[in-house]
Design a protein around this ligand. Sequence first.
Ligand code: CU
Length: 341
Amino acid sequence: MAQNPAVNDPGPGSHAAASGGAGPRHGLRLLLMWIPLSVAAILIIWFVWYPHLPPGDMTDAASGQQFDIAVLAVTAAPVVIGVVLYMVYAIVVWRARPGDDSDGPPIHGHTRVQAWWIIITSLVVLWAFAFGTYQLAAPGGAGGGQGPAPIWPLHGAQTTAWSPQSNDMLQVQVIGQQWAFTYRFPQFGGMESTGLELPDNMPVEFHVTSLDVIHSFWAYQLGVKADANPSVDNIAYAKPRQLGTFVVRCNELCGIWHGAMFNYGQVVTPAAFQAWARGLQINELRAGVLAALPPYALTYDPTVIPQLGRDIVKVAGITGANGYYYPGPQAGTPHGDPVSP
Ligand SMILES: [Cu+2]
């Protein structure tokens, strides 16, 4: 292998200049370019990008996620800029000139550079770990489903009758089934609705469950996402802080109409919410809906809900998983019939 002629002997290429003490101070040059680029990137991320980042700031959970993304982007930007800047600098300054077939200078370990490399990368990783772990817990589990016994609850008073004047926790049961979400409100007589309204500036406790397969309750603007499993009471929290409309989507492939499994919700004033919920409760009481619904429970087994009546189960096929949504093989449909009930 050809040896580079003496390293101190300025050759025709740039290698010698790069390694010698007499050449330009590349580290300083890179630093002087890296600092203003990083500062500019951080300012742009924080003041221009951050306010528009998903998922917005409609709830405490959503704005927490928005903050996390902005902080991690600010952390990552100087690293990305450093890598790209070094690559561009190397291509421009250290590339071999035409006709230069010599090897680069032999490079040995550099204790100080290696030590700083390990220290800085370790600090960045530890920061991301500590920040991410803390932000996962606050506020109230960051809008994620925590299972039936949350270890990061949101502050709020647990009551049997919800009132807009105090800090009462609103309990909302989210029921997923193929292919719709419905919502039950135990503090309003177990009333069930097809749309979701929430009171502004009040803590909300979602109890997410399913009647059949696994769905996922994803209220994007609320920053809430929780799996809906049959016979599991999955709890998630959020506290709205803005009036407006939000979308609820199923985020777990759950069958042929999964893509159509969405509806809309609204954050309204606490008084408007109370009027809406009470109105529905009274209507459902009058119409006999409350009496026909199964008693409010944290989970349901649709195959044993006596209130539905056997005829309904046979005809409409609302038994959920392994039920009549997908009738098994029969005469004429040897592979089952996933379409007609
Ligand atoms: Cu679904």
